[in-house]
Design a binder for this molecule. Structure first.
Ligand SMILES: Nc1nc2c(ncn2[C@@H]2O[C@H](COP(=O)(O)OP(=O)(O)OP(=O)(O)O)[C@@H](O)[C@H]2O)c(=O)[nH]1
Ligand SMILES: [Mg+2]
Length: 477
């Protein structure tokens, strides 16, 4: 780990609460001049200031003794703060005018405005957090659902870091063994050693694969599940959309072709975030230019969704056109909703027993028709409030399945890319070991693999990676 130099030695300050007015705002000051600066404006601080204690009094401009605000000042001694440095936090009244006045005085006295994410960056540089944990601070701040917050919390506490550190130490062990035998050929390695090496390699590549495959799930928890309502015109997509997002967002009429553009809204259910998109109904007979553009957007949204909710009207049954639209969908990512059940009483078995349906393109892709019918098809009515949780539960069932929430999941693209590269190198090392290639080739790949893991954790310092991580943060974090 490099030590702090240059700008990193400045005492920095920024408001850490959201901008704008509020009950209170917290100004954070970090660096070795924090307490000295605070003393100049908070004459009420005692001679012996204690760490983690709060002091109450008036903050004054030292030049003219003008009262800036009545505040609480908390002091955190070097080594015992979030950043690892001496920190002072000033809780003042939540007015931008008060906050700006206090910051201006602090800056006049020698502090510098903190850059985006600089407090977290310092926590990282002072070994308070590894890079994965620093990223979890951001994820936690930005989390928009209970599940996302829980995942970020677990990563912040180190669940993912522990596993990555274990992978790193295994890779280092392998790498050291290969380095040691470079002067001999792999044939020089004893059979026992080759056996143990290859067993440990395959255990670690399995661990890497499992982390990599958790990315989709982690991303869905972090960013929300993207679901698109698709189907023919007038089947009730917008009605269902409004029901799901609990608001009259999309226009509903009995005229086919009502929805022209994509309408997107978010909703939450069972601690999960959903991003839903209503689309223009697909129909062939239209010559309306606007509707045609809308239909193209529908198709694009359909191809980008995590789950498509295909809607049809049960009073008309599954028509040839319905089957045609379905043909372009992937059954693993599709839920079929037979809408308007209040108008007609029909079981799904009755609707789906038709031979023409079973032999159509979409249903031909299924491994088990009955299983699909059971889990991914529902007959409902957009007029029934209970349909909301029924549909959202189906989406969750399809996406989350039996995934236990205690599993370590990755949710950052940076981790996903790094782990994939680590795996590629490890697999090549594994293959070369089996093919009795020279130890130096194997060692080289193992070293690369280690490096990728170290870059994820921030152990291998890389300016580009730091920039990529910390530029995502906002001021004051
Ligand atoms: N009875 C009944 N009518 C419904 C139901 N869902 C939708 N409708 C009616 O069906 C008509 C079409 O509904 P929309 O929600 O606009 O249908 P859409 O699929 O979005 O239509 P387009 O935007 O044209 O593609 C409206 O008159 C709705 O009131 C339902 O479950 N039961
Ligand atoms: Mg519509």
């Amino acid at each position: 780990m490099t030590s702090l130099v240059g700008r990193d030695l400045d005492t920095i300050c920024a408001v850490s609460t959201p901008p704008g007015t509020g009950g209170i705002s917290v100004i954070r000051v970090s660096g070795d001049k924090s307490l000295a600066l605070a003393r100049q404006i908070s004459k009420f601080l005692p001679e012996e200031v204690q760490s983690h204690k709060i002091y109450f009094g008036l903050i004054k401009d030292p030049v003219n003794s003008e009262v800036l605000d009545e505040v609480l000042v908390a002091y955190f001694q070097n080594g015992k703060s979030f950043t690892g440095e001496e920190v002072v936090e000033i809780s003042c009244h939540g007015s931008p005018v008060v906050v700006d006045a206090i910051l201006a005085v602090l800056i006049r006295l020698g502090a510098r405005m903190a850059d985006k994410g600089e407090f977290t960056y310092r926590a990282f540089m002072n070994n308070k957090l590894d890079l994965v944990q620093a990223e979890s601070v951001l994820s936690l701040i930005e989390s928009q659902s209970k599940k996302a917050a829980k995942l970020a919390q677990r990563h912040l506490q180190g669940a993912l870091s522990v596993q990555l550190n274990h992978i790193e130490s295994e890779l280092l062990w392998m790498s050291a063994h290969m380095e040691a035998s470079i002067d001999f050929s792999t044939e020089g390695l004893q059979i026992v050693e080759v056996k143990e090496l290859s067993a440990r390699m395959s255990t670690i590549s399995a661990e890497l694969k499992s982390l990599i495959s958790s990315y989709k799930m982690g991303r869905l928890i972090k960013d929300g599940i993207w679901s698109t309502l698709v189907g023919r015109a007038n089947v009730g997509k917008s009605s269902l959309f409004n029901l799901l997002v609990e608001s009259d967002r999309a226009i509903v009429t009995n005229i086919p072709g009502t929805t022209r553009d994509l309408v997107t809204a978010e909703t939450r259910h069972e601690g999960n975030k959903f991003v839903l998109t209503d689309t223009a109904g697909l129909r062939k007979e239209t010559i309306d230019q606007i509707e045609i553009i809308g239909m193209n957007r529908s198709k694009k949204a359909m191809s980008e969704a995590d789950i498509n909710l295909f809607v049809f009207d049960i009073t008309q049954g599954l028509t040839v056109e319905d089957l045609e639209i379905l043909g372009d969908l992937d059954p693993k990512e599709t839920i079929i909703l037979g809408n308007k059940s209040d108008l007609k009483s029909l079981s799904k078995e009755d609707i789906f027993k038709v031979a023409q349906i079973r032999t159509s393109k979409f249903f031909q892709k299924l491994t088990s028709f009955d299983d699909f019918l059971n889990r991914q098809v529902r007959i409902l009515s957009a007029l029934d409030i209970k349909s909301r949780s029924a549909v959202l539960d189906m989406i969750l069932g399809q996406i989350v399945g039996n995934n236990s929430s205690d599993e370590v999941l990755i949710s950052h693209a940076r981790h996903f890319e790094g782990l994939n590269l680590a795996l590629t190198h490890l697999e090549r090392a594994e293959k070369n070991l089996q093919n009795k290639m020279g130890a130096e080739f194997i060692a080289m790949d193992l070293k690369e693999s280690v490096l990728k893991i170290q870059q994820i954790l921030g152990k291998a310092f890389d300016d580009q990676i730091m920039d990529r991580v910390f530029k995502e943060f906002c001021l004051g974090k």
